[in-house]
Design a protein around this ligand. Structure first.
Ligand code: GLV
Ligand code: MN
Ligand code: MN
Length: 422
């Protein structure tokens, strides 16, 4: 197989350099479709080119670095994740997986080794929710899950996603050209973003399933009124309905906490109007983020959420004027054969490992629609993610990247064109 080992300090150095490309007033922020994100991509494309990768932006806006294989095999091995962040996020969510791909390419070059398969390193566009209200835009595009209605969505300034994609070098009119049927294996390394690996002192997690996510827009319509003169009994306070709804939802989730399937939901965004100190809130708009590894549970809980919102509205003499699915992704299963390669690689390196279900959404969930897809997690300190405290130590990241590198080489060496594997 050849190719030597990975260089932990080079990998860490790259990670920190890219992380430093942040909006200065709110570290660590590189929102998709922003100047800062473009700057990060320029940096990434520069590193790819230094490593001899051919860079391009596909029709769905994904940045791809390509290293031709030593044999004319028809399918490629792909490693990827995303370089966009949530606002005020961390230095690891997303870029750890892209940098891991760069390190794999660099480690191959160090050993003057080439894979038999062409290797592609991908920075997927806009994995996080963004101004167009749609996450995983690039991986949706690559897996055929981006449609015309999505392209018509607009941001607050009235710019359409179609225009937004064009501005970042994508070709939305040809977005179907981004759909891939030639990926032999897709690997994504990611931080766990939860506490399990750290608590159990495991080095890596091998992902078996990735949750599906539904985001619902719920609006309560009441009546704005004077805060001093409107008696309590006459108020139609939309914020109270929203608060009741959030508490009732939490109560219902507590009841299924220990049971299967896994279900979790969060009210993480709320806007009230007019949002003034001396006015009873006339409107409350919130977003529910609902997740499960079971498709039927997502459907059942969508109905349950609608019913809860109606009850909370009625109890506060307001109306539930909207309960709409903003976006939906289905739960995904990681490819058992690739997960087995990751387990074997981790075992060979003497790493402590466990299987794990991902409660976070990932580009791999979309890639799983068009290719065998697998994920490896590294621990997150204190289980924290989507916040500035996100942290994974250099050595802990290095172990994950080493396992990834080994699994990629195993797959490359073992897959046999005659069996349809390559
Ligand atoms: C992606 O970051 C998610 O929301 O799970
Ligand atoms: Mn994230
Ligand atoms: Mn991520």
């Amino acid at each position: 197989m050849g190719g030597g080992g990975i260089d932990e300090s080079r990998c860490w150095g790259w990670l920190m350099q890219l992380a430093e490309l942040t909006d200065p007033e709110q570290p660590w922020t590189r929102r998709a479709f922003s100047e800062r994100h473009a700057q990060g991509r320029q940096w990434l494309a520069g590193r790819m080119r230094e490593l001899g990768l051919l860079t391009s932006i596909d029709a769905a806006g994904n940045l791809i670095g390509r290293l031709p294989g030593s044999e004319p095999l028809p399918r490629t091995i792909m490693i990827g994740s995303h370089s966009d962040t949530v606002a005020g996020g961390g230095r690891f969510d997303g870029i750890a997986g892209v940098i891991a791909g760069l390190e794999v390419a660099a480690a191959l070059q160090d050993g003057a080794a080439r894979l038999r398969h062409t290797l592609e390193i991908v920075d997927f566009l806009a994995e996080e929710p963004n101004e167009f209200g749609l996450s995983c835009i690039g991986s949706r595009g690559m897996s055929g899950a981006l449609d015309e209605d999505m392209l018509k969505r607009t941001n607050a300034a009235g710019v359409s996603l179609r225009e937004g994609l064009t501005a970042v070098g994508a070709s939305p009119a040809q977005h179907k050209a981004a759909v891939r049927g030639d990926i032999a294996a897709f690997f994504e390394l990611h931080i766990e973003q939860g506490p399990v690996l750290e608590q159990e002192r495991r080095d890596v997690g091998i992902v078996t399933h990735i949750v599906g996510i539904r985001r619902l827009a719920v609006t309560f319509a009441g009546q704005a009124a004077h805060a001093g003169t409107t008696p309590l009994g006459l108020r139609q306070d939309a914020l109270l309905a929203a608060a009741r709804f959030a508490i009732d939802l939490r109560q219902q989730l507590e009841e299924v906490r220990e049971s299967q399937p896994f279900v979790i939901a969060t009210v993480g965004e709320i806007h009230i109007a007019p949002n003034a100190p001396n006015v009873v809130p006339g409107e409350a708009k919130l977003t529910v983020d609902l997740r499960s590894d079971d498709s039927a549970a997502l459907g059942a809980w969508t109905d349950r959420i609608r019913a809860l919102a109606q009850d909370a509205a009625a109890a506060n003499k307001v109306r539930m004027s909207e309960c709409r699915v903003l976006s939906a992704s289905e739960p995904a299963t990681c490819a058992p054969a690739l997960a087995a390669q990751l387990r074997a690689a981790a075992r060979e390196l003497g790493l402590e490992q466990r299987d794990i279900v991902s409660g976070a959404g990932h580009d791999a969930a979309f890639l799983a629609r068009v290719a065998p897809a697998a994920m490896i997690f590294v621990p997150s300190r204190d289980g924290l993610s989507h916040c500035a405290q996100e942290w994974t130590a250099p050595a802990a990241l290095g172990k994950g990247v080493a396992a990834l590198f080994s699994a990629v080489r195993r797959f490359d060496a073992q897959s046999d064109p005659a069996s349809g594997e390559a």
